[in-house]
Design a protein around this ligand. Sequence first.
Ligand SMILES: O=C(O)c1cc(C(=O)O)oc(=O)c1
Length: 305
Amino acid sequence: MTAFEKTPGWLDWYAGPSRPGFRLPEGAVDAHCHVFGPGTEFPYAPERKYTPCDASKDQLFALRDHLGFSRNVVVQATCHGADNTAMVDALRASGGLARGVATLRPDVTDAEVRELHEAGVRGVRFNFVRRLVDAAPRQDLLDIVGKIAPYGWHVVVYFEAADLPDLRDLFLSIPVPLVIDHMGRPDTAKDPEGPDFEAFLNLLRARPDIWCKVTCPERLTVSGPPALDGERAAYRDVVPFARRVVEEFPDRVLWGTDWPHPNLTDHMPDDGLLVDFVPHIAPTPELRRKLLVDNPTRLYWPDGH
Ligand SMILES: O=C(O)c1cc(C(=O)O)oc(=O)c1
């Protein structure tokens, strides 16, 4: 099989990350990360919008152990389209230490959903970010929800803040739990107490089964220092946004590294220093335990194993 050529300007994940200064609690879950290929074994999808560097399951598991996480939730990356093979291969190799979130087409069969479930998939991802995917008809999404609902899965949604007004009714019509990627991508140059972020918090207030990943400060930052060169208080401008969510919804927030950080153009964070972001947004041991251990375990390992 031929090797793939990376998108020009692609930043590879950070090799040799620091050890976090913040010691993760026992049982912590990296609840948002990806695997990419390797492309020679798991080819990237023809419809992809970018071609990444490879980021294998073994490299992901090595990072997990280095940072001090116990488990991973591997989210299907758009560069693999609806071919979940690489993600499922990672779940199967993890010995129960990884769950997954898949991308599905509306013609997926019940047997296929069951097989994904048996491999450890617990959610389907709907992506509304136009630079990553072509728009899917809303009826297709609702048809997929009908197929996953019997398995107790949730829907993960990725969208940008400017699109929330158009998407809100669709989201509220989805009759299974929702998990929002990357805090709904707020514009962090704006006021965390202002109307835009309030509209986002109002979505979370609308239903008790809407969860939020307080992830990706490295994408959302405008002015904060990056997690590089020993900086253990990185991305300070994102902290007030994430902290508001953690403090108002302590029982339905999740955190993850987003390794290998697709499509960053400015810098690639040192994942050890990125973990040191967590105590800034979850200032007490109890909030940290909920964010890193209790919440993801309840959502992805409800039986505890
Ligand atoms: O902002 C992004 O570029 C991005 C892309 C993907 C993906 O391609 O799946 O996933 C993410 O969580 C974030």
